[in-house]
Design a protein around this ligand. Structure first.
Ligand code: ZN
Length: 163
């Protein structure tokens, strides 16, 4: 099989996947839905899974256990406080809601924990931080990305972005 037929940077890879935790509970799955497309090398998926998919071909199935550091990060204990006034006044702030904050380190994702008066307590941890991620993946389709997809950093069309 030539390298043109294997997963590499600038390929759009379409996969079916099931994600479970250490307890065997399903956290996410494409079962019963359309498969998901991602652009390889563009960090559309967690690094530990992306690196395992490199070099694979259509029809390959793999089971990968991704440690937190290569998944959604190691859980950090601290909660942060943000002024309620730094959110739009009409924004409904609910637990688990993700937003992006501009910090000295660039744009970082944060998750709302709870609102306490004029303070919003936010969690810097992804909800799946600290979890080992057990992926079962099968590769459904593989194609070269278009120049536009490479520029956007994500795939378009079925299973990808629609815009
Ligand atoms: Zn796009």
């Amino acid at each position: 099989m030539s390298s043109a037929d294997t997963v590499a940077d600038q390929k759009v890879v379409t996969i079916h996947y099931t994600l479970t935790n250490d307890a065997g509970e399903t956290l996410d799955s494409s079962d019963g839905n359309d498969p998901m497309a991602y652009l390889h090398g563009a960090h559309n998926i967690v690094p530990g899974l992306e690196s395992e998919l490199a070099g694979k071909s259509v029809g390959d199935e793999l089971q990968v256990v991704v440690a937190p550091a290569d998944g959604y990060g190691v859980r950090v204990p601290q909660m942060l406080e943000v002024e309620r006034s730094s959110f739009p006044e009409d924004a409904e702030l609910v637990q688990g809601m993700q937003f992006v904050a501009e910090t000295e380190d660039g744009m970082v994702p944060l998750w709302i924990d709870h609102v306490d008066g004029d303070k919003v307590h936010v969690d810097p941890n992804h909800p799946l931080a600290g979890e080992n991620l057990h992926f079962k993946v099968s590769i459904v389709e593989l194609r070269d990305a278009t120049a536009e997809e490479i520029e956007h950093g994500h795939p378009h069309g079925p299973g990808g972005h629609d815009h």
